[in-house]
Design a binder for this molecule. Structure first.
Ligand code: DAV
Length: 389
């Protein structure tokens, strides 16, 4: 067991924050079309127009940089150490033995790539070609942590081939009816042949880690996480949100705020039965209010949904950073006895996320806890007599 004073130590999403990494927008490019991804303009009128390619315009990068820097400043004013990654050149084409892609994306969202699980830093496999090498932007920091903290474990998950065969590219052209039918059985653009996961599909609850099966995390990826983490004392719980047809990353859907409280998405309920683990252990699931923008009103190049409203960053079990315009959510958090720190962040939305996505916590004060002592540890599907996937 690591010491409580270790540098790399973060077991959940809410313990008092001491050190965090905040992404940077420099060198960002538009996300390229590839077998695992089809970016689309957000606005209703622009749906059929071509999505831009190549580097993002300097003024867009400046706007996002201002808001990311303001977040870093706010966190520092709270006594938190903030570190920033170093973006490599992202605009060049990438060619590996198994795939090619026009350019890389950005290093605004470390949450998608990197995760701290106790004293371990784990680099995800990733699911898209343009993000395959994104870990490189964080390597300097990882080495620093690794040298400074002899108790830190460092794991790199097996990189998938990302070859054409790993994807079902026709997925993007499936008619809506077929798409809905298939998605209910959790068949997406990525097949089950290789280990695939993005770090942001996980949510940490002490010794329990919840992982959503999604467009960015397949069942094989969840198996790998189970086999890696369970011998280390974690319990890995696959979860499903069958009404979300563009499932990617859990932090706009199921957001724990403190022991006993999860902020849930009213349009994306858990698969029936999966809520039992929480309810049986006295957790409350509280629905977030409707976001202040509709999906069509989200920034033009933003690929995330209006539910970025829920993508809050906890500084402690009583203090949460929330996007400035999301007043209804701020009011709810206030009623739930949180101190809310509002901050403008909408210019970051076009880089893949909001406050939780754009950060990666390294140290939160606290040790591993069991928040689910009343856990029937057979996987829930098995409890219901289904084949376990
Ligand atoms: O609801 O669109 C976005 C997550 C971004 N990393 C959503 C999920």
């Amino acid at each position: 067991m690591p010491e409580a004073g270790s540098l790399v130590n973060s077991w959940n999403e809410w313990d008092p924050l001491r050190e965090i990494v905040v992404g940077v927008a420099d060198n960002a490019c538009f996300e390229p079309r590839e077998p695992g991804y089809r970016p689309q303009l957000r606005t209703r009128d622009g749906r059929d127009a071509a999505f831009p390619t190549g580097p993002k315009p300097a003024e867009m990068i400046e706007r996002a940089t201002e808001q990311l820097d303001a977040l870093a400043l706010l966190l520092r004013s709270q006594g938190i150490t903030v570190r920033r990654p170093e973006p490599p050149v992202l605009a060049d084409a990438v060619r590996t033995p198994t795939f090619e892609v026009a350019n890389q994306y950005c290093v605004v969202c470390p949450r998608d790539v990197m995760i701290t699980l106790g004293n371990e830093i784990l680099e995800a496999t990733m699911s898209r070609r343009a993000r395959y090498f994104e870990y490189q932007a964080y390597r300097k920091l990882v080495y620093e942590y690794w040298h400074a903290d002899p108790g830190m474990e460092w794991t790199v998950a097996p990189k998938p081939s990302m070859s054409d065969a790993m994807y079902r590219e026709d997925f993007w052209d499936w008619p809506l009816e077929k798409r809905h039918r298939k998605m209910r059985s959790f068949e997406f653009c990525v097949t089950q042949d290789e280990v695939v996961f993005d770090a942001a599909d996980m949510s940490r609850f002490g010794r329990d880690v919840v992982v959503q099966e999604s467009m960015t995390t397949n069942r094989t990826g969840i198996h790998w996480l189970k086999r890696h983490l369970e011998p280390r004392g974690f319990r890995v719980h696959p979860v499903h949100f069958p009404l979300d047809f563009f499932l990617s990353h859990i932090d706009c859907t199921f957001v724990p705020l403190r022991p006993g409280l999860v902020l849930t998405n009213p349009e994306r309920p858990l698969r029936e039965g999966e809520e039992q683990m929480f309810l049986r252990n006295g957790w409350e699931l509280v629905d977030a209010p409707q976001p202040t923008s509709s999906n069509d009103e989200m920034p033009r190049y933003c690929q995330s949904s209006k539910w970025l409203s829920m993508n809050v960053l906890s500084l402690s079990p009583t203090k949460v950073v929330c996007e400035e315009q999301e007043k209804p959510l701020q009011d709810l958090l206030d009623k739930l006895n949180f101190e809310v720190l509002p901050i403008p962040f909408r210019d970051v939305f076009e880089y893949g996320g909001s406050l939780h996505c754009a950060t990666w916590d390294i140290n939160r004060v606290g040790m591993v806890e069991d928040y689910f002592p009343r856990l029937d540890y057979r996987p829930l599907a098995q409890q219901r007599g289904e084949r376990v996937t």
